[in-house]
Design a protein around this ligand. Sequence first.
Ligand code: NAP
Length: 327
Amino acid sequence: MKAVSAPIPVFNRLALLGVGLIGSSIARAARSQGAAREIVACARTAATRRRVAELGLADQVVETNAAAVAGADLVIVCAPVGVCGEIAKEVAPQLKSGAIVSDVGSVKGAIVRDMTPYIPDGVHFVPAHPVAGTEHSGPDAGFAELFVGRWCILTPPANADAGAVERLAIFWRMLGANVERMPADHHDLVLAITSHLPHLIAYTIVGTADELGEVTRSEVLKFSAGGFRDFTRIAASDPTMWRDVFLANKDAVLEMLGTFNEDLAQLTRAIRRGDGEALFEHFTRTRAIRRGIVEIGQDSPAPDFGRSHSELPIEPMPRPYAVPDDS
Ligand code: NAP
């Protein structure tokens, strides 16, 4: 029988600055795939540090970002978008020459603007965004398979070192992701429509339902399988993360929101006029888009919005009523 050789780690020392859903998933996946020889994690609160140690997510758990990056050849900032600049400033003097600094932020333009000024000469900055997540937060929420079959978008600056970009791409591929490269501003425009606007709509609709009276509200819960439940899952996403996303990607989100409002006005008009043909045409077009997403493997045909329950590492959200999905 042919011996199976262990994978060669791409990095000797990986420093994770922030160990929430994404940081802890990287730790788990990097360990299980042998992508890094040693993992050092930094969390700002004692509670998270304790939990990271209990879960055995890293070889070392340290208190400061500066201590974590010492000697690291890959540093990934896994904190909310709004604090990435100050973290870069804090760690800059400790970065090893030749190290790669990356991040996982859901917005790229603002991260490039905030972090680039602090990256020393001889250190390679390769921003990244794994387009994978759940509505849960913290080190317990992560899982090694989070990135499998998902995209990780790298947004290296035009003058980035090609070798450093390729090493980071190999790392993400080892974690199971498909890797794509694009300019940061293009990323922000694409994600504004595919991720940021849907979250804004979910936050809005759940808020609107909450403003309804008591009686209606209980009916909202009771009949939530008719579509509303999917929105409540998205609207449960971390408030800090999403506040930062909308502040940091303001221009692209406002541009997409303008187009969305125009389209919503058209559908509103069709409903008001009883224009069934216009509604039918629109819904047929959107159904084809959904089928296309399933065909390229970016979702399962299961009725839930994201991963099917069987793929979830954690218990699905409790259903208030055991009714079949009829959305
Ligand atoms: P999370 O589970 O809430 O974890 C955030 C981590 O950042 C925690 O370890 C937290 O430390 C740390 N942190 C918070 N504020 C900080 C500060 N001021 N300074 C230093 N560390 C700080 O969040 P997440 O979902 O992993 O998101 C992290 C990043 O991933 C964000 O930039 C987000 O845009 C991006 N992202 C998220 C998703 C998603 O679906 N969630 C998907 C792709 C990318 P404590 O625990 O000690 O407070």
